[in-house]
Ligand binder design. Sequence first.
Ligand code: PLP
Length: 268
Amino acid sequence: MLEAAADAVYNPFHMKSALTIAGFDPTGGAGLQADLAVFRTLGVFGLSTVAALTAQNSSGVSAVTPVNSRFLRKQLDVLFQDLLPDAVKIGMLLAGDNVRTVASALRRHDLRNVVLDPVFLSSTGKRLAEKDVPALLREKIIPRCSVVTPNFHEAAVLAGIKIRSSRDREKAASVLHAMGAEAVIITGGHAEGSADDLFFNGTFHLLKGQRVQGEFHGTGCTFSAAVAAFLAKGESPLQAAKSAKAFMRKAFGRSFSAGGRLRLFDIR
Ligand code: PLP
């Protein structure tokens, strides 16, 4: 693994690449720094553009501000002049204008293997999306996605239904799939009971998971970045979901407390 990472630095054009369009997290436990750590560990060259800034530590998010959408567009267009990634992971965009900007760039550059991790609230309850973001993701991003990775809450918001049972979760997955995503994974980590993830690409697959005790920072970011990395390497959405879930098992095993409320993943 470490050899692949060293190679990534010196031979970017001889390996697959993935781009994250996400938020900046000073802890590195979530957002684009976590995504880059996952890409590197999985042997995929990591590209990153920043859509939002946060002030936070392992106790939670204190403040957020979006990057100006014209500047986000510049980051994407300049990057795509000579580097087109094999996969794209979209995380915290924060502002509706940034959703429009990303949708336009995906379209103009015809990018494939797009993974959307919808980010609305932090684990500690801080709002990480402005009010118009869910509707814009539904309309402009989800139809271009290979995989969408909401948790229960995000799936309920995007599908516009309450999720109280496994039937409701299946319904939400079908609604998001019908919006145009090739595959939907509603993760189970934030739910009561088991930590099974529900995968739907026209057929339902329950991906079994063991619940891990504790509160973790960056779980959704880490999982969705791993899905993007495995897509970049040529796996199908279902295989990428399974591979990313196995990767998460290792990440939980290597988590640590930095002193605050949330545990961070040590991704190597
Ligand atoms: N900060 C950034 C930049 C994020 O992208 C996210 C979640 O996606 C968070 C903070 C919140 O992470 P968590 O809820 O895991 O603490």
